[in-house]
Design a protein around this ligand. Sequence first.
Ligand code: XMP
Length: 507
Amino acid sequence: MARLHADLLDKEFWYGDMTLIPNRLPDFERDEVDLTTFLTKRMAIKTPLVSSPMDTVTGSDMAILMALMGGIGILHYNFPKIDEQLEEVHKVKKFEAAFVKSPMVLGPNNTVGDVYSIAKKYGFYSVPITEDGTLKTKMIGFVAHRDVRYQENMSLSLKEIMTPKSGEHGSQELITANRKDTLDKNDVRVANKIIRKLCLDTLPIVDDDFHVVALVTDSDLQKDMRFPLATKDDNKQLKTFIAVESRLEASRERIGRGNDAGVDGIVVDASIVFKEQLEIAKYCKCNFPDLDVVLGNVDSAEMVRSIISEASEYCDAIRVGIGPGYVCKTQQELGTGRAQASAVWDCVQEAKRLEGEYGFMPMIADGGIKIHDMANRDVTKPGDITKALALGAKTVMMGNLLAGLDESPGEKEFDYETNRMVKRYRGMGSLEAMEHRAAFRYGYDQNREPIRIAEGIVTAVPYRGSGYDFVPQLIAGVKQSLQKQGFRNILELQASADIRPISRREK
Ligand code: XMP
């Protein structure tokens, strides 16, 4: 077990009050460090990073980024309608798949404009054309990006430009693969070979009657090679979780429809766990046993004990952190909550104590990961992430650090006061965010309770550019920290970290 210095025991301490002492001589390179960990009891991920279900942090673009990097994104639910959240799920699941099942199809009388509408929504231009524009009828042609790229006439019918099945109009041959050689064997290699050999963008997979059953795309092939750590399900689609309301009545429909849309788990989103949320976990597990359930938030051994002893079979991970976040006001407004590093340590210790009786329960360290940037220098300081892991958290959930990326919802803007580009970042407990479903997170039942206490603020964070540059730096920083301490993986860190106080609070 990691060693916590006596001066920190029985004290409240933040990440900034502690340091990790290197006391081994490493004999391996940074990139040999393996950050594989457990998000939930049964779900391993290769990067211990989770994006928070906040409406200025995780929509589909962030969830895709996080999953490609080996972590995971929790899609927020602060939309007026459930459908809008499910649309985000859909985008994540459609993003990358060995076989894109139930692909979009159009009919011969659809237009070039319809292809552009699909491209705008989902980012691809290749569409099989079937007799009546549904998957129920035979494929009669195919439209690829090259067919529409230079078309200016948006009302031109697709039958005029598609590559037809029969090779009419002296056109190219329509290339397909049979499902028996590919999809039925869940083997994408035959399809990939054809794509590479013939330099195709997309290969339709058909059955013996020429009905389209799936697509395989070259861009997915390339993504596969670029993101070897990606968090994927059995269909090779990216994994994602959704946040759901912390009231049973309100969350039921979202859980069921989320399950149908293919989500991998739910986070019952509450600033502090109420008993009712254990009921939601039970409801979810009894009705949708394939979904993983995350409960939270907690900050004490007692709360962890209550969840584990009352609901361990319904819960797969626990979120730790009450009020440590960048936009949180809970501690000031309500006088509750505590220093995040102590909270993580205590909760992990309690879960370990109960492990023999109830089994493993991973903790997610949620909030309070800081990075300081003066004039945009020094923007990646993953030290807090390693500290949270050393204290025993299996993963780290972040809002502030990710809110300034291109992949968070919202546009960057120029801030004349600080003379730099920023993105808006708001607490889900801000009055503004609580106008929608986020009110549930703070225990309000949307239409009741007219008096609301703001537990969060609306602010802005520095614009940090593309997450595809930023997150790899975070990951490399965490690996480097482990390497410097002589640990090859998170298990070794958690077994032997030497955690001591630092005399000066980190600036
Ligand atoms: P960071 O520090 O990464 O924290 O920005 C993200 C976490 O903060 C929590 N959160 C809030 N807590 N009032 C709070 O007390 C709020 O308005 C609020 N909004 C988000 C949440 O746990 C998130 O993951």
